[in-house]
Design a protein around this ligand. Structure first.
Ligand code: ADP
Ligand code: ZN
Ligand code: ZN
Length: 826
């Protein structure tokens, strides 16, 4: 038997399956998806079996054998191995990256080397101490440990290995061991135990205590706990083990990050008519076992989550499993509680704040079938279920579903692909669907076929959506108000304070202020490694680069002209916090942004404080816009809607509309009426006007018109190819070559025509141009944007061009990064 193995080496040349012989001993165990250790270039490396066959591609007598099988149960299922191929083809990543993204970090094993003494070889030249140490360790000892214990013999070890007196054996060790606890198991035969107790001499009082306890509580118990509870020594328990009156075994222990909490069980609510209609459509698709993607377009507060819960329930009743994706920042305790409350321990939760160990344990719950619902951020889409019936993506428009490093996958597209493999239903839910999803769901369907669009236009509570007022900050300025708060917002905040109600303030920008500038000479503090200005952080009095992390002390005077008139421009959350304290003495503010939520449970803690009404205002970046449900929030204020509107990205208007709609949805969700105030310098912009009117359809019409004229998605697709090098000429040469070659290839295939031509298959190549951040981390950056339409395999074309380009020595050192369907173009 031959195993085809993708070996974990980060090199393009080796990114293909290699053949290995399968030793007979593991033939019955090895499967597609198994993780193995294989000899590779003189070492033992980790790899994944992507195929098994009877025949090798090369002379099989020369093949090396698989060195070890790393897990009794393969971590990957065959359909995931297939999915990894699709990931490579679609997102231009390596097989190693594609497989790596599917498994928890704990399974990315490292090589370990062990040293032993070679048999039948004269070893008299080896120091006695070394040989003794190795023998005492059962013949093999970790190289590291040997060198640490005998630093003075490092030379002898080296010589021993060179001359063949010492042997080396490699193995893969997981980054993380399964945690085990020593557990005491009482005898099943309690009669025998009782009899033994009777027969014990009085001097064995401690042992008698233990037996008495176990007779009363005949269950397995952690040894440490038992010893502590009864104030006996571990040796006492061991003594009973020797007498075979109990047994002690190691038991795998799971780190359950939610284990210390209990969740009140909830029961399904009676659905509203709107919810019922949507639910039965989803149930139909699950039952049909034919993949179908639906878009649940429900306004904020329309009760989407209850629909998710009952659809999952249905899915589980069909004997299938369900995956729920939520954006990382809305994976709040509130959200987890709703799922744990309904499905209890059958839920595995995967989010980025878990330690590697906790993540691994949640993952194992899924792999072993003990969990049947996985809820998590982006990467939970790779939950290793066998029979997926339903995949839900909540807030499907969120850009965090796109991974920014390789493989640059979009969880939505992976979801559709997995659902196809499993015959599962996909439900994309949002109050403000992405234009891509909305366009796809609104497409013409064959007559009689059900529409993929599932609307829920009203709130469960029957409450209207909150009143939204737009304040023109230009007229505030004209009237002499220079504060960051309009008179309206100021007045309403005051009223909330008086009434003891709560407010949410959104500022889409972190830090104290955006940039530091000298008013005398115009100097701005910029990162020495990136073409980007530095951000001032007041707490630490540092200026920091948000791209590379470079930090330096904030200048007290201008480094360029030595003027004292150095000023901090822009408004950040910290500055708003200060202003609030000045304007409303005694106000209690919770600030939530990247800087205050870096700790493991910080996010959670801040929100529960706000929930307990320990603060009047929750101030923050977009984190405060998502998914929160607090009954006493009656005011939502947006300090400056323009910040996201002015970003140089074709999705700026869409992002702004989504953000405003989301944050407005936080107000008046329960019995108290809500109000929303949006401050802006461009009140006439349709993204702002339409969000004021809660008019999603109107916004989409306007935005689609722009996208159509400019030929942007959903009217075409994009691929972004970014090239970087330390030397400017090198990156210019490479990017020119790339653009020329890709045009030539498209020409050759007859698809190099403008999108405006109306041809069904079309490719346009824009650039190369310098990226908007033209230098980052000391590398110059150039990019090409490829726009295309129709069934053109642009990923394949890009890969072909890159492969030939990278072979040329002239372009050595150029780094390429390919982003298919990019979410951000910078
Ligand atoms: P969305 O996710 O669409 O913004 P939620 O799922 O948070 O809305 O629902 C809003 C509120 O309505 C929640 O407090 C939820 O418990 C409640 N709710 C949802 N469905 C029902 C129902 N059928 N009957 C009563 N209350 C409901
Ligand atoms: Zn100056
Ligand atoms: Zn930098």
């Amino acid at each position: 038997m031959i195993a085809k193995v993708i070996v974990d080496v980060p090199s393009r040349q080796t990114d293909r399956p290699f053949d290995y012989k399968v030793p007979e001993a593991i033939e019955d165990w090895i499967e597609v998806g198994s993780r193995v250790g294989v000899p590779f270039g003189g070492r033992v490396l980790q790899g994944f079996v992507v195929g098994l066959s009877e025949t090798a591609t090369v002379d099989s007598s020369k093949l090396k054998a698989v060195a070890e099988l790393l897990d009794p149960v393969p971590p990957l299922l065959p359909d995931m191995v297939e999915l990894s191929e699709w990931l490579c083809a679609k997102y231009c990543c390596s097989r190693t990256q594609a497989l790596g993204v599917m498994i928890p970090a704990a399974l990315k094993g490292k090589e370990e080397r062990y040293i032993g003494i070679e048999e039948d070889v004269e070893t008299v030249l080896l120091p006695e101490a070394l040989k003794e140490e190795i023998r005492e360790n059962g013949g093999w000892i970790k190289l590291e440990r040997l060198l640490r214990s005998f630093p003075e013999h490092a030379g002898s070890v080296k010589e021993g290995l060179r001359s063949g007196m010492l042997a080396v054996r490699s193995s893969i060790k997981d980054r993380l061991a399964v945690r085990t606890v020593l557990t005491v198991f009482p005898l099943e035969d309690t009669v025998a135990m009782a009899a033994a107790k009777q027969a014990m001499p009085r001097s064995a009082a401690k042992q008698i205590t233990v037996l008495e306890h176990l007779l009363e509580h005949p269950y397995p118990v952690a040894m440490a706990q038992l010893a502590k509870e009864l104030s006996v020594a571990v040796s006492t328990i061991r003594a009973l083990e020797k007498k075979e009156l109990l047994s002690i075994r190691e038991v795998e222990k799971e780190r359950d990050p939610y284990g210390d909490r209990s969740y009140e069980r909830t029961v399904p609510l009676a659905l509203t008519k709107e919810q019922e209609a949507v639910y039965s459509r989803i149930a139909d698709v699950i039952r049909s076992e034919h993949h179908f993607t639906m878009l649940l377009h429900g306004v904020t507060g329309s009760g989407k989550t209850e629909v998710y819960l009952q659809s999952i329930q249905y899915c589980l009743e069909q004997g299938k499993q369900a995956i729920v994706l939520v954006p990382e920042i809305s994976l709040t305790p509130q959200m987890v509680e709703r799922f744990k409350g309904r499905f209890g321990t059958a839920v595995a939760v995967l989010h980025s704040r878990l330690s590697d160990g906790e993540r691994y344990d949640e993952w194992r719950k899924i792999r072993s079938g003990r969990a049947v619902v996985a809820i998590g951020a982006r990467s939970a889409i790779f939950a290793p279920f066998r029979h997926i019936g339903l995949i839900i993506i909540d807030e499907e428009h969120e850009s965090s579903y796109k991974q920014e490093e390789s493989p640059k996958y979009h969880a939505r597209d992976v979801a559709v692909r997995r659902a196809k493999q499993h015959g599962a239903a996909v439900v994309l839910g949002s109050a403000t669907p992405s234009l891509e999803s909305f366009a796809a769901a609104s497409r013409d369907m064959p007559p009689g076929a059900p529409s993929p669009l599932l609307p829920m236009p009203s709130r469960v509570s029957g409450r209207p959506l909150p009143e939204v007022e737009v304040v023109d900050m230009r007229s505030e300025l004209r009237d002499g108000n220079r504060s960051m708060f309009s008179r309206k917002l100021h007045g309403e905040l005051l009223r909330r304070l008086e009434r003891g109600e709560q407010s949410v303030l959104l500022l889409n920008r972190r830090g104290y202020s955006t940039f530091v500038m000298c008013r005398s000479c115009g100097y701005t503090a910029a990162c020495p490694h990136c073409d980007i200005s530095l951000t001032y952080h007041q707490k630490t009095r540092l200026v920091r680069c948000h791209y590379c992390g470079h930090a330096e002390a904030a200048p007290g005077q201008c480094p360029s002209c030595e003027s004292e008139h150095i000023r901090y421009f822009g408004t950040g959350t910290q500055k708003v916090e200060e202003e609030l304290a000045k304007l409303f003495p005694g106000i209690r503010v919770i600030r939530m942004d990247v800087d205050t939520t870096s700790g493991k449970h910080a996010h959670e803690r801040l929100l529960s404080q706000f929930g307990e009404r320990k603060a009047d205002v929750l101030l923050g970046t977009q984190m405060v816009a998502k998914g929160l449900d607090f009954p006493y929030v009656t005011l939502v204020g947006v300090i400056a809607a323009d910040t996201s509107l002015n970003l140089p990205d074709f999705r700026a208007a869409e992002r702004t509309f989504q953000l405003l709609t989301q944050v407005a949805g936080r107000a008046g969700r329960h019995h108290l009426e809500g109000e929303v105030i949006i401050q802006t310098y461009s009140p006439e912009h349709y993204a702002i006007a339409k969000s004021q009117q809660h008019d999603y359809a109107g916004f989409v019409r306007e935005e689609l018109r722009h996208r159509s004229v400019m030929a942007y998605p959903p009217y075409c697709r994009l691929a972004l190819v970014l090239m970087s090098h330390e030397q400017l000429p090198a990156v210019i040469a490479a990017s020119d070559r790339f653009a020329a070659e890709i045009r030539e290839l498209a020409q050759h295939e007859g698809v190099l025509v403008p999108l405006s031509s109306g041809r069904p298959r079309a490719v346009e190549v824009l650039g190369p141009v310098a990226s908007s951040i033209a230098r980052m981390k000391d590398r110059y950056r150039f990019q090409c944007v490829i726009k295309y339409r129709g069934s053109v395999d642009v990923s394949g074309m890009v890969q072909r061009v890159l492969q030939s380009l990278l072979k040329e020595t002239a372009h050595r050192g150029v780094q390429f990064s390919v982003d298919v369907d990019p979410q951000v173009i910078i």
